[in-house]
Design a protein around this ligand. Structure first.
Ligand SMILES: Nc1nc2c(ncn2[C@@H]2O[C@H](COP(=O)(O)OP(=O)(O)OP(=O)(O)O)[C@@H](O)[C@H]2O)c(=O)[nH]1
Length: 513
């Protein structure tokens, strides 16, 4: 089985509605794999947990997968992991946090020129922005996503991008009064756009999307007051939603039909449609959709002169409103918990990614970041030096005193290095028994003094306390940025001098040659 098969297998289970099986399969696999294979199992677990409504576990799984993929330099896996983490945040209603993660994917995709990845990230940023009411930003992201999908996406990608953009336009004008000029002009544009999307949804694969697009077209017609037309379209769509098993859409369609009939003054028919809508929506519709149907039902009953029935509908509506605010409070708590989890994991991984676990010093990545920040200042006249330190005959120390003592020596040397460092400097463990002191604002003479002090401190340390007869010395090479301006060239020069120190007999500092 290839690494990502578990993901495909889990997605199939989710689609069949076997969510519990999907969760346990993915969880089991993630407990029995390592490396990239574990990454994919965790991504499968994230999707399954999302479908089960366990957003916290979904987020944790996706972010753990991100850390794993990053560790094995699997950019595609890491990208997918961030998308899934964003999906969990979106499902939990934390759209702002989802956008923050997605913007990382966006930046990365732009830097790499990966248009497919960029389209995915922009589409998700657009959807989340639209839900947050940042309509302009949503439309601009989705317009770019649509253009990218046309160039590099599959047919399904293109259709999804267009659907998201049209939905964003819908949301933009949703809250405006029916008479608002902007609303009317946007809606007038949306009618042919939904039709064009439906027309392009050819073949059995896109039948659901076509039905959705036509439903949205009919809703837009109703918003424009073209209620006869809208009602006829909605009625025509009902058998399609039923045939496709799209229950929530069927409920919404019946409810919209009710709205059209109320607008046309056919209250008895409207009441029947609302009642039918509620039967369907009570099974699987959102609370908001049920509330809209109840509100319509109350209106229709009142218009029909049935105050008792209208009151009964309003009572149910109030009960749902109360449930809604209780749910909203619960969701707010959950969002706060997810944020805390996200912040904790992000800072933990940022630390792990740049820290050497044995000594607690920075690692190679930390040195690269330090150099990237400090080397440009050399052009502005600042000095900068590197001291490369390698313990002498460390293999013999391990062999003679044991690996545990070897580790203890590394930890102690790391502490001794830290003593020579000021706040602006950085001490890192560069490799096994190799360390680097990166010294800001320090010329080669200054760095030579520091290197000599460190050499002396290592040689003079009371190593016998660690193990009788233990002796430790180090060889050091010094280079400064006036001799080599590039990070790699500077390190190579320091390494050349370190090698010269070894050749010359060890336990010494070499600064030239
Ligand atoms: N205890 C311990 N040993 C390590 C660690 N990382 C690398 N080493 C050991 O460090 C030793 C380095 O050996 P060499 O590269 O041959 O160098 P050396 O023995 O120090 O000899 P010179 O550099 O020529 O003085 C190897 O035996 C590695 O196994 C570690 O984290 N802990």
């Amino acid at each position: 089985m290839s690494d990502d098969d578990i993901d495909a297998q889990t997605q199939r289970l989710i689609q069949r509605g076997e969510i519990d099986r999907a969760v346990s399969l993915a969880r089991e696999r993630s407990n029995h794999t390592t490396g990239a294979a574990r990454g994919w199992a965790l991504l499968a677990l994230a999707s399954a947990c999302n479908s089960a409504g366990h957003f916290s576990e979904a987020l944790r799984s996706a972010l753990t997968a991100d850390a794993l993929f990053t560790e094995c330099d699997d950019a595609a896996g890491a990208h997918e992991a961030l998308l899934r983490a964003a999906t969990a945040l979106r499902a939990a209603g934390d759209h702002a946090a989802a956008i923050e993660l997605l913007e990382r994917v966006e930046q990365h995709a732009r830097a790499q020129g990966d248009e497919h990845k960029l389209a995915q990230a922009l589409r998700m940023i657009g959807i989340n922005s639209s839900i947050l009411g940042r309509h302009q930003h949503a439309v601009s992201c989705l317009t770019e996503a649509k253009a990218l999908c046309r160039r590099v996406g599959s047919m399904a990608d293109q259709i999804n991008a267009r659907l998201s953009l049209l939905n964003a336009h819908n949301r933009e004008v949703e809250g405006l009064p029916a008479t608002d000029l902007l609303r009317r002009s946007v809606c007038r544009g949306l009618v042919p756009a939904w039709q064009a999307l439906a027309d392009d949804c050819e073949g059995p694969d896109h039948r659901r999307m076509r039905a959705m697009a036509l439903g949205n077209r009919a809703i837009t017609l109703h918003a424009l007051g073209r209620d006869e037309e809208a009602a006829a379209e909605l009625r025509g769509l009902l058998p399609e939603y039923r045939a496709l098993g799209m229950r929530p859409n069927e409920g919404l369609c019946l409810s919209e039909l009710g709205h059209c009939l109320v607008a046309l003054g056919r209250h008895a028919q409207a009441r029947d449609e609302y009642l039918a809508a509620l039967v369907v929506l009570n099974e699987g519709g959102t609370v908001e959709d049920r509330m809209a149907a109840l509100e319509g039902l109350a209106l229709a009953e009142e218009a029909l002169g049935h105050p008792a029935a209208a009151l009964a509908a309003l009572k149910q509506l109030r009960a749902l409103e109360r449930q809604c605010s209780a749910d909203a409070a619960q969701r707010a708590v959950m969002r706060r918990e997810l944020r805390i989890e996200l912040a904790r994991l992000t800072s933990q991984w940022a630390r792990e990614a740049s820290e050497d676990p044995l000594t607690g010093l920075g690692n190679r990545r930390a040195l690269q970041a330090w150099l990237a920040e400090h080397l440009p200042r050399v052009d502005r006249g600042e000095t900068l030096s590197l001291v490369l330190l390698d313990l002498d005959h460390f293999k013999q120390i391990n062999d003679r005193f044991g690996h545990g003592v070897g580790d203890e020596v590394l930890v102690k040397v790391a502490r001794l290095l830290g003593v020579g460092c000021r706040a602006q400097d950085r001490a890192v463990r560069y490799g096994g028994e190799e360390f680097v002191l990166a010294l800001a604002g320090t010329s080669r003479d200054g760095a030579t003094d520091v290197a000599e002090r460190v050499r002396q401190a290592v040689a003079d340390h009371a190593w016998a306390k660690v193990s009788p007869e233990l002796r430790v010395t180090a060889s050091l090479g010094v280079a400064d940025a006036s001799e080599a301006a590039e990070a790699q060239a500077l390190l190579t020069l320091a390494d050349k001098r370190l090698y010269a120190a070894k050749i010359a007999g060890r336990n010494r500092v070499v600064t030239a040659g």
